[in-house]
Design a protein. Structure first.
Length: 304
């Protein structure tokens, strides 16, 4: 058994919480391990005055962590799965996902109890193309305003009145013990989540067999199967952060039910597809639903 295991993580409070959660789970199985966190500032954390699509996409949250793995300065990296690009560098792979947290989006406001209470022209802060499309389709009287930064930064902007409300991932608020900020959990049927939302993944080198064995002990197979279907769909569609795309799979006994939609940026072109397959066919299910959307013409809206 190796003596030291190094975890690369972003420096945000939420990222550190996630890395420490992985550390705790590994120590439950391997108590003699010496586990060290290596906090890293990513480009995505440094540049918060522009949209992710404008500065290079979600990969900016993981690139420096992946470089630490490739340079053997770290043994694993911990990510929010919704931030992990569909295509990983050669030699790296997601090798574990822990039990998924809440998948819902959450409505946060110091002024309004629910999103339905907001008057015309009220400002809703979000940097998500998916959430903006839902706002346009379901609450067209509201104004979507770009807000980036960590959870605490966004909450402060709302408290200061920069925006009237925020749409945030419920899982992040729960993990930071900020659930009291959640005014309303938004229905998944309307607010279909982003692929991988609520799931934490661990990335490692494919040539590190010992690490792969360690991580197998903390992998949650149910989460692995549903998130695999969602991510394969996104990969086939080449869906990046600038593409309004939602995908959500649920496990019903041994059957996976995957729902997904893709929209143009203005929300006017919108296509939906769904299908079911046995859980062992998670990848095939993702491909099938993606190809159904492609057959409906969504490739015309998706930038490559």
């Amino acid at each position: 058994m190796r003596q030291l295991l190094r975890i690369a993580t972003r420096k945000s409070v939420l990222a550190l919480w996630q890395a420490n959660a992985i550390k705790a789970q590994l120590l439950q199985h391997y108590p003699k391990l010496n586990i060290e966190l290596i906090p890293i500032v990513t480009q995505g954390d440094q540049i918060i005055d522009r949209s992710l699509a404008a500065i290079g996409g979600k990969g900016l949250f993981v690139k420096e962590l992946e470089n630490a793995l490739l340079n053997r300065e770290a043994d694993i990296a911990v990510h929010s799965m919704k931030d992990v690009p569909m295509h990983l560098p050669e030699g790296l792979a997601i090798t574990a996902m822990t039990r998924r947290g809440a998948v819902e989006d959450a409505f946060v406001s110091t002024r309004f109890k629910t999103i339905e209470d907001m008057p015309a022209g009220a400002r809703v802060g979000t940097s998500s193309a998916r959430r903006k499309v839902i706002l346009q389709r379901e609450h067209s009287h509201l104004l979507a305003v770009d807000v980036r930064g960590n959870v605490q930064t966004r909450l402060k902007k709302c408290e200061q009145g920069d925006v009237d409300a925020l749409i945030l991932a419920a899982a992040g608020l729960e993990r930071l013990e900020l659930s009291d900020h959640i005014n309303q959990r938004l229905f998944v049927d309307t607010w279909l989540p982003a692929p991988g939302q609520g799931a934490i993944g661990v990335e490692s080198r494919t040539d590190d067999d010992a690490m792969t064995a360690y991580l197998k002990s903390i992998n949650d197979q149910d989460t692995w199967d549903v998130v695999t279907a969602e991510r394969v769909l996104s990969r086939v569609l080449n869906g990046g952060c600038g593409v309004p795309l939602a995908a959500y799979a649920v496990l019903e006994k041994d059957e996976l039910f995957l729902r997904a939609w893709v929209s143009s940026l203005n929300g006017q072109n919108f296509k939906y597809a769904e299908s079911r397959m046995h859980r062992i066919d998670a990848e095939e299910l993702g491909e099938k639903v993606a190809n159904e959307l492609i057959a409906q013409g969504v490739k015309e809206w998706i930038s490559t």
